[in-house]
Design a protein around this ligand. Structure first.
Ligand code: NAD
Length: 502
């Protein structure tokens, strides 16, 4: 039987989505169909019609849902996800990564075998995480760890906790980590992890139990010489301390180098918290010089005011840039004369959201990216600049603080319009660079001053920017494709030198 002969069988509300997908897979697998057919054949009706939900379904199912015939009767009251394939594909982060990978590989003339190896993750682990909740019930969460490539060294990459974590998202983020480490020349491969959960609904105790059980579940593939996690969305220093402790208890010795982004008192590095934002500031400054733009005359719009966006905006303000707008997930503030960034950040620290900030106009988030400005820094989350809004972007320079904020389709439009885009795998590599410094310091047992950390970060970021810029001019490609080319070429070189283990 072919996938196209299957009919959508499940109808579910959003909160049961992951269970429904797992159930569907099990059902098809139990009937003896091969996994690829089973995955392709799942058709889920959902009661939530938001595009983000539909993109979530696509990204959970790999390959994406295809060829599912529409059963008109069953459709009443639901949405068939197969209809919006092109937008779903555009928003699928793994497909977005693969498109850039293919273009860069073509430019490099990468041979078929190496291309096949580097296009897919080396290892994927999915774990069930049973947790005793505060109300004495038991819930089972799902966690992933994907190791994309470890040719150049141990894997490195964050762990995120979010309700819309999916395997394809984690795969894409893991691959981006491989390219990111390679672009800045640090000796790591790429990995990423995630747990499907909503941290806003969980107590501190529940979060700790999830973290520890997840760590125990993926323990066999972790370690300072194997895979070194770090914080990502909704995880932080405390999460890293729990992972470090759980790992250390299992291996019977304190092993600080198993994670980075730890508290300084537990082997963390000075300068790590600011490192990603600092790297974004350095990339912005270097791109401005190439474009002949003047900081004091440049209007900057920053999407997101967390670790990356907030700190990048602060540092740019300190360097004399006019930051006219910044946002959080609830709304956007705007002041054409330039925001007083220290005051904005002090407000955020106290109130937890920008809402009510006095010295600015307030507007909904949807319009922020379209504001007239010179520099746009998307530093919140994926898929923010898409084919749906790219025509309204007015910036001359886009510096990607977030991972995957621009879809492949939108990238093409920006390139065609002459907008310089400093891609995520370069612009936000400051974080992993100082994570590398943390790992080195933990292994030496000797810790550097913040000035040493910052100047070494500056050196690495500036060199990587120059390497990518030179490649883009030499090969007449965008900064993004140049960054992929540099990164892929370095990984491919190591791969060929090591040879295929058999
Ligand atoms: P964070 O949780 O500290 O901050 C995210 C910010 O984005 C918050 O201010 C949140 O309110 C805001 N936000 C979320 N959705 C939004 C929306 N639709 N519109 C406007 N604002 C929105 O996270 P972070 O660590 O700053 O990470 C942001 C991005 O940068 C993620 O893509 C992450 O993977 C990437 N990144 C982070 C690091 C790091 O070291 N933290 C390193 C590399 C890449």
């Amino acid at each position: 039987m072919e996938p196209a002969e299957f009919r959508p069988t499940h109808r579910c509300p959003l909160e049961n989505l992951n269970e429904a997908i797992v159930d569907s897979l099990m059902e098809f697998r139990l009937k003896g169909f091969p996994p690829a057919h089973a995955q392709a054949a799942i058709g889920l009706f959902i009661t939530d019609r938001k595009p983000r939900t539909r993109s979530l379904i696509t990204s959970v199912c790999s390959p994406p849902i295809i060829g599912v015939p529409v059963d008109e009767q069953a459709m009443s009251g639901g949405t068939v996800v197969a209809n919006e394939q092109s937008l779903q594909d555009e928003l699928n982060p793994f497909l977005a990564m693969a498109k850039r990978f293919d273009i860069a590989s073509d430019q490099l003339g990468l041979d078929h075998g190496v291309r096949e190896v580097l296009r897919r993750p080396d290892r994927e682990l999915s774990v069930a995480i049973p947790i005793l909740m505060d109300d004495a019930t038991t819930r089972v969460f799902t966690g992933y760890r994907v190791q994309h490539n470890f040719s150049r060294g141990p894997c490195k990459g964050g762990i995120r906790f979010a309700p819309d974590v999916s395997l394809d998202e984690v795969r894409a983020l893991a691959a981006w980590m491989t390219w990111k480490c390679s672009v800045v020349g640090i000796p790591f491969g790429g990995a990423k992890g995630g747990v499907i959960c909503d941290p806003r609904e969980l107590s501190q105790g529940e979060l700790e139990r999830i973290t520890r059980r997840y760590t125990a579940g993926i323990m066999d593939i972790l370690g300072p010489d194997r895979d070194v996690p770090a914080p990502d969305m909704n995880t932080n220093e405390q999460t890293m301390a729990w992972i470090m402790d759980t790992y250390s208890m299992h291996v019977r010795k304190t092993t600080t180098a198993v994670v980075t982004g730890k508290p300084i008192s537990l082997g963390g590095s000075r300068g790590r918290t600011e490192a990603t934002g600092r790297g974004v500031m350095i990339s912005t400054r270097d791109a401005m010089r190439k474009l002949g733009m003047n900081p004091s005359e440049s209007r900057v719009v920053v999407q997101g005011s967390g670790n990356v966006g907030g700190i990048a905006a602060m540092l740019l303000h300190r360097e004399g840039y006019r930051v006219i707008s910044i946002s959080d997930m609830y709304g956007t503030v705007l002041n054409e004369n330039g925001l007083d960034m220290p005051a904005v950040m002090a407000w955020l620290r106290e109130k937890r959201r920008l809402e009510g900030y006095p010295d600015a106009d307030h507007m909904p988030n949807g319009e922020q990216l379209e504001l007239p400005c010179d520099i746009l820094i998307p530093a919140a989350t994926e898929n923010q600049i898409t084919s749906q809004n790219v025509d309204k972007i007015k910036a001359r320079l886009v510096v990607e603080g977030a991972n995957g904020p621009t879809t492949a389709e939108a990238s093409r439009t920006l390139d065609d319009g002459g907008v310089m885009v400093v891609p995520d795998i370069l612009a936000n590599a400051g974080g992993v660079t100082v994570s590398y410094f943390e790992w080195v310091q933990d292994r030496m047992g000797y810790f550097w001053t913040e000035d040493v950390v910052n100047s070494r970060l500056e050196q690495i970021m500036a060199t990587a920017f120059e390497d990518v810029y030179t490649m883009s001019k030499k090969r007449k490609v965008s900064m993004r494709i140049a960054a992929y080319m540099l990164a892929i070429d370095r990984v491919a070189t190591v791969y060929r030198l090591r040879g295929v283990f058999a």
